[in-house]
Each structure stands twice: as structure tokens, then as C-alpha cells.
Unconditional design. Structure first.
Length: 454
């Protein structure tokens, strides 16, 4: 039922040729029009939950034609069926037009969506005989058709966080059909909306009712946007147009790395070693920590987004303050230290750590559903040869639960409240998305990291 249908010109020419001799006029069957009736309404807003959009019926001009069949065409008003599309065919004098078929025509042949209310002309051509010869064309009727809304293909966020600049609205990542996610920085009282295109249009902007962390809200067309009531930080916004629900959760944490002569990697600004730990995934808390072996020397701290550059490094601002314009941080004597930094408060501290009584482990691994249903292990190795307490590996993990353990045995194991960053407990750690993860564990502080490798 899909392709354009153009009436056979040659057949019409044949029919009209008989009219050239005025003394022997053959009646033109095309003049004896089939009568197409108006359906119940003049305007139809398609409803995807309704199988039939409307039913057309007509009275043929010559009921005794042999094997009559009917072709129903439509075209936008004003084109005189020059770009006609077949709406359907029938061997009876009725056609029930399916919503899904009509939606496809409006979208694919005319490029319409729920923003468009468009008038169309519809007519019926009667065909007969083995060769399907056109017998008559009915009177046209006019209907106004409006497609139903479909799942968005693209979604953008616009709000006070970008001065309501819709032309530069931030694009969501499409997770699946109708499901989108984005991580943005929000401040208290920030307002925002969702748009399907980077322009203002009352039919394509949506106001989520969500205003704070972990609150499940509805997605409403148009309307007022909410004021964010949480603390300043990076937040992940999920919008599901299948359920018309939205939720705000904690966003991605920007990883921090130690770079400098205090670690084995030195000043290699492309290295992903020296990754710092956190107590939790809460983005509003800017606290990072690292306990391990430091060589005597100098260092700075680099953000994950700046890896490979010398931009925006955190250094010594004096009196325990961090500065992105400051000098190098340093330790004067090699040994174990705890480095704590807070990039919100722009503070740091370096404290000696007594690891003399710490147990020396020889094998720590990660196991779980991904590892042959908990039967196998992915072994971690020392991050540095001088440091036998920070363990690291890149591991391919499928969705499911995981846990760290000692010596491939369950006598000693460590879990945690969530993937990402944290301190271990006895819970299994849930992984939601398959991928390659950087997996790290500190057997002194029991901090862990499980983050997707970038």
C-alpha cells in the first residue's frame, strides 16, 4: 500500500479519443462519477491506540461493471492529485484506513509529524475488467489529518544552565527507542526543558516535573519548567518517552589522576595510571583520595578531560590550597602517603601513612556473573612495582553483579554499594552496561573503582 500511484495516461487517452467525432459521440464513462461520501468527521487527529483511523464508503456509477475494484488516492490539497499516493485498494465499496498505514504515509511521503495539521483531498478510481481499466473517478473530498506523536529521534536540553540558548541546546544520548540520557551541571534554582529540535515550538518542547535527585517525574508537553532543588553538581537526567517519565540521578564523576615524579609513570600526561579514589559517586562532593607509595619528588593533578594536555592542572596554591595557576605539589621523603584533595573547596593535604603492619597480598581478582557465572576470575596486578597495595586491570564486564576476592577464594572478599567509586562492604556490585572497565582496588583503605574505560 506504499508506493505512489499515477493513473494510466494511455488508458485515459483511449477513452477520450472517441469524443473527437461529434456526430458519433461515445459517452465518456469518466464523466459518470462514483460518489465518494464524507466520513463522520472532517478532521482526524490520529490516535496510535486506535487501529482504524476512519472508514470511507462510496457508490459506484456502474454497479454492473465486471469485476470492479477501487483505488483510493490522496494528495495534499492544491496539488490536484499530481503527487497522489495510494491510500488503499478495495474490492468492495468501503475502505477502512488503518492508523499505522496512514501515519506512515503522512510521515514518509509528506514529511509530516504531530506539529502539522494538513488538509488532504481524497478520491476513488473505479477499475474493471481483467486489465483493470479505469472506469470513473469520484468526486474528491477534503479531510484535515494530523499525525500522532511518535517517539523522538533526537532530544535536547535547554535551560538557565545555557541561558536558554535553544540553538545550542545540549543533545541527549539515545539509549534505546524513546529513552534518552544526558549529564549536565545543575545549580540550585536552575530551570530546564526538553526539545526535539533546536528551535522553540510549543508542540515539541516538554517540561519535566522532576525538580530534585531521585524524584521520578512526568514529561509534559509545553508548560512550565521546574526549578532544580538539589545541590550544585553534575547530574544525569533520564527521559523515557515510552512511559513519559523522567528522573534525575547523580551524574558522571570526572576522574582525577596524579602526574609527576612521585609515581613510576613520571610526567607522562597521557597515562591513565595514578587514578584517585572517592568515597562515593555523589558529584556534589568534590573529595578525592589516594593512599599509596610516593617517590620523593613533585607532582600535579590532572582531570580526565585534560589527559594528553597540560591544561587546567591542579597545583600548589599555598597554605593547603589548590590552584590551577600554582606550582608543583611535592613530598620530600619517599614512603606511603595519603593525598586528599577537594576540587570544590580547592584544598589538599598530604599525610604520611604507616603501612608497615599491612598484610602483603599476592593475588586479588574480580569475579562475577561475567566470569563464567562466578566460576572464574579476572586477576588484577600491582599498579606500580614499588606499591604492592594498589591493584588495577582493564576488564570486559557484562551486565550482572561482581565482587573482589582474595586468592580466588571466598574466605576474604570485598563488595560495595555501587559501581563507580566507593569503599567496600559485603554487598555485590551491580554492573548495568556491558563494556571495558578500569577496575582498581586499594587493600589498605578498601577503596575501589569500577568505571568504563574511555
Amino acid at each position: 500500500m506504499k508506493l505512489k500511484y499515477l493513473l494510466p495516461v494511455a488508458l485515459f487517452a483511449f477513452a477520450f479519443a472517441a469524443c473527437e467525432d461529434d456526430t458519433n459521440i461515445t459517452p465518456d464513462p469518466m464523466a459518470q462519477s462514483t460518489v465518494l461520501d464524507m466520513p463522520e468527521q472532517e478532521t482526524y487527529i490520529l490516535d496510535k491506540d486506535q487501529e482504524i483511523a476512519f472508514t470511507l464508503s462510496w457508490t459506484p456509477n456502474a454497479p454492473d461493471l465486471a469485476n470492479p475494484s477501487y483505488v483510493v488516492e490522496m494528495d495534499s490539497t492544491g496539488h490536484n492529485f499530481s503527487k497522489a499516493v495510494i491510500l488503499g485498494t478495495s474490492d468492495t465499496t468501503k475502505l477502512s484506513v488503518k492508523t499505522a498505514d496512514l501515519q506512515k504515509i503522512l510521515r514518509d511521503s509528506y514529511g509530516l509529524n504531530e506539529l502539522n495539521s494538513t488538509k488532504f483531498d481524497i478520491r476513488v478510481t473505479t477499475m474493471y475488467g481483467v486489465n483493470r481499466i479505469p472506469s470513473s473517478v469520484s468526486n474528491p473530498i477534503s479531510l484535515t489529518l494530523v499525525p500522532h506523536s511518535e517517539l523522538p529521534v533526537h532530544l535536547y536540553a535547554v535551560g538557565s544552565f545555557n541561558n536558554w540558548d535553544v540553538a545550542n541546546a545540549l543533545e541527549f544520548t539515545k539509549i534505546s527507542d524513546g529513552v534518552f540520557e544526558i549529564t549536565i551541571n545543575l545549580n540550585p534554582d536552575d530551570e530546564y526543558k526538553f526539545v526535539q529540535v533546536r528551535q522553540w515550538d510549543a508542540m515539541q518542547d516538554f517540561s519535566p516535573s522532576t525538580s530534585t535527585l531521585d524524584e521520578i517525574g512526568t514529561i509534559n508537553k509545553g508548560g512550565n519548567s521546574p526549578k532544580f532543588t538539589g545541590e550544585a553538581g553534575a547530574y544525569k537526567i533520564k527521559a523515557d518517552f515510552n512511559t513519559m517519565k523522567t528522573v534525575i540521578t547523580y551524574g558522571n564523576i570526572e576522574p582525577l589522576y596524579i602526574i609527576g615524579s612521585v609515581l613510576e609513570k613520571g610526567w607522562d600526561n597521557s597515562s591513565l595510571k595514578g587514578l584517585m579514589y572517592r568515597d562515593s559517586n555523589e558529584p556534589a562532593v568534590g573529595q578525592y583520595t589516594y593512599t599509596g607509595y610516593f617517590n620523593a619528588g613533585e607532582f600535579k593533578i590532572i582531570s580526565g578531560k585534560d589527559i594528553g594536555t597540560w591544561d587546567n592542572l591542579y597545583g600548589n596554591g599555598g597554605d593547603g590550597k589548590l590552584s590551577q595557576d600554582g606550582g608543583n605539589l611535592s613530598v620530600s621523603t619517599a614512603g606511603y602517603y595519603t593525598l586528599d584533595v577537594n576540587i570544590k573547596a580547592m584544598t589538599y593535604s598530604i599525610t604520611p601513612y604507616d603501612a608497615s603492619a599491612a598484610q602483603a597480598y599476592t593475588l586479588i581478582s574480580l569475579t562475577g556473573k561475567f566470569a563464567n557465572d562466578w566460576k572464574d576470575d579476572a586477576d588484577l596486578g600491582y599498579e606500580w612495582m614499588e606499591d604492592t597495595h594498589n591493584w588495577i586491570a582493564d576488564v570486559e564486564i557484562t551486565p550482572g553483579e561482581v565482587k573482589y576476592r582474595l586468592d580466588h577464594d571466598w574466605t576474604t572478599s570485598w563488595g560495595g554499594p555501587n559501581a563507580g567509586y566507593g569503599k567496600s562492604n559485603n554487598d555485590n556490585i551491580s554492573i548495568d552496561v556491558a563494556g571495558t572497565y578500569t577496575v582498581k582496588f586499594n587493600d589498605l583503605t578498601k577503596h575501589y573503582i569500577i568505571i568504563e574505560k574511555k
